[in-house]
Design a protein. Structure first.
Length: 511
């Protein structure tokens, strides 16, 4: 009996020591693993998921116009697009049941699933057409439509989208949330997603739809009801997460308003699509020299910028694309990485040592100004005299348009297919400083027609110094430890889920 008692005490002591361990960095599941009875039936013992989210109630929840990342966190539960795109830029059909591609790859026709909106109305092809037409004019999605010429109903009841160039993977752009045609301007439009918004009570909620058309097997959010806590500020959101019941938060560590998180949590990087770059003026006495312009990439210590200013929520890039993009070549990227001696040699060899240059930056973004200051110091260390010019609002825009700089630090959101046409087309929205280039634009077209041409495009851009990529930024997604361990947040789709379909099976081939 004493031996048995001693044995039991030993087991208790070991378990106690394990429970008091200081390393809580890993999620440790709990349960009655030492019980003598039969293992309980998971189907009868499983409890409902408890999930609390937050949003700015006074701001819009219209996915075509909302730019706030806090509110956008809800969108993957409320809305769906024709297609869904995962974190590695792979595309799968969602509301699209089947599709056709014309022989010249300039016309796509999409046919829809029998889905309904959260208000009970059936999804129609006209809803899709009108949503895409509205998205084309919106600040959020307008850049995706650079090569899309027509969006209309097809004669056989589908949605027909045509482009001005052969397009190998147009669906990659069409994860745009679809809303009813008669609610395009609504701040609370209905969606086809697994949840609906209920603001009828004193506490707003997302309620799980019993009539959801999809039977997704990888939907992470399973709670029958999700409480929505009203957001007031980034600090208040952080405090609700650390000290109260807020379950999941999306934050931007690259924002001046970012509030640091210091509690126990699980964390994911989620791409934002934000691309930071340097571009030169064709009028610059220094950077109009091809050798200096092409060598600029070697002057920039991107890892230092990412770690110092973005807490690791940005990746240094030497090609103008996300490192997660399937056609981002790491081998090619390595050719243009930081090597200040190469840029210094180019400055000396072209007799530009101690030349004065103006670096223009948007002064309305204090973090970007600090990045620009570091870049200015890097260029100074390589033999140039740099004047940092900080302008805001329309003054900054006018200075960029009129080339009042030698180089400027810019930031834009690239479309999911990393199309760079707007930089190099003569009338492109981003072709400032005379960087429009016939050869680069032609390669952009070839890359859209065949992704295998992206390598050649990136090489051409870097060897001619048309752009100097700096960073590709991401958001931070914080979650209560153990709550959403299988979360795979994708760009604009934090609660990413698929419909279990494939592009190959959805494609209708001509007989």
């Amino acid at each position: 009996m004493k031996k048995l008692t001693a044995l039991l005490l030993s087991v208790i002591m070991v378990l106690s020591l394990c429970a008091c361990g200081s390393d809580n960095s890993q999620y440790v599941p709990t349960g009655n693993g030492l019980g003598d009875g039969e293992r309980p039936n998971d189907s009868t013992q499983q409890q409902d998921q408890v999930l609390n989210l937050t949003y700015y109630r006074e701001q819009t929840l219209n996915p075509l116009y909302c730019t706030d990342y806090t509110n956008k966190l809800l969108f993957s539960l409320l809305y769906e697009g024709l297609f869904c795109v995962d974190r590695d830029y792979n595309v799968e059909p969602m509301l699209c049941k089947n599709y056709r591609i014309s022989e010249d790859m300039r016309t796509y026709t999409f046919y829809l699933e029998k889905a309904t909106f959260s208000n009970g109305a059936p999804l129609t092809a006209n809803d899709v057409v009108q949503t895409l037409l509205a998205a084309k004019e919106s600040q959020v999605y307008g850049g995706r439509f650079f090569h899309i010429t027509t969006i209309q109903l097809s004669e056989d009841g589908g949605v027909q989208v045509s482009t001005d160039t052969p397009y190998e993977n147009l669906p990659l752009l069409l994860d745009i949330p679809i809303i009813p045609a008669n609610q395009l301007e609504s701040t609370r439009p209905a969606g086809t997603g697994p949840y609906l918004l209920d603001e009828s009570g004193s506490i707003a909620r997302l309620r799980r739809r019993n009539d959801w058309w999809c039977t997704s097997s990888d939907l992470i959010a399973t709670a029958p009801s999700i409480t929505l806590l009203e957001a007031q500020s980034n600090t208040q959101i952080r405090d609700n997460f650390q000290f109260h019941d807020l379950s999941v938060v999306c934050a931007d560590p690259g924002s001046d308003r970012f509030a640091d998180y210091r509690c126990d949590y699980e964390l994911w990087n989620c791409e934002s699509g934000m691309f930071m770059y340097l571009a030169c003026s064709a009028d610059s006495e220094v950077f109009s020299v091809p050798e200096v312009r092409a060598a600029l990439t070697y002057a920039i210590d991107r890892d230092y910028l990412a770690d110092t200013y973005y807490r690791g929520y940005a990746q240094g890039v030497t090609l103008p694309a996300s490192p997660r993009f399937p056609y981002y070549s790491q081998a090619l990227a390595a050719r243009y990485s930081f090597n200040s001696a190469k840029f210094y040699d180019a400055v000396v060899d072209t007799a530009r040592l101690d030349a004065e240059v103006v670096l223009l930056v948007n002064g309305g973004d204090s973090l970007r100004v600090r990045v620009a200051r570091s870049i200015a110091q890097m260029l100074t260390d390589c033999g140039l005299k740099v004047q940092l010019k900080e302008l805001t609002g329309s003054n900054f825009t006018y200075a960029v348009q009129t080339r009042q700089y030698d180089l400027y630090l810019g930031q834009t959101i690239l479309s999911p297919n990393m199309d760079l046409s707007a930089f190099f087309h003569t009338f492109g929205d981003l072709s400032y400083g005379g960087i429009n280039d016939v050869g680069a634009y032609s390669l952009c077209m070839e890359s859209l027609a065949n992704y295998g041409n992206y390598y050649t495009l990136y090489k051409y851009i870097m060897e001619n110094g048309l752009l100097c990529p700096v960073l590709f930024r991401s958001y931070a997604v914080f979650a209560t430890r153990g709550l959403l361990t299988d979360l795979q947040p994708a760009r604009d789709n934090i609660f990413y889920h698929s419909a279990g379909k494939t592009m190959e099976k959805a494609l209708l081939r001509e007989q």
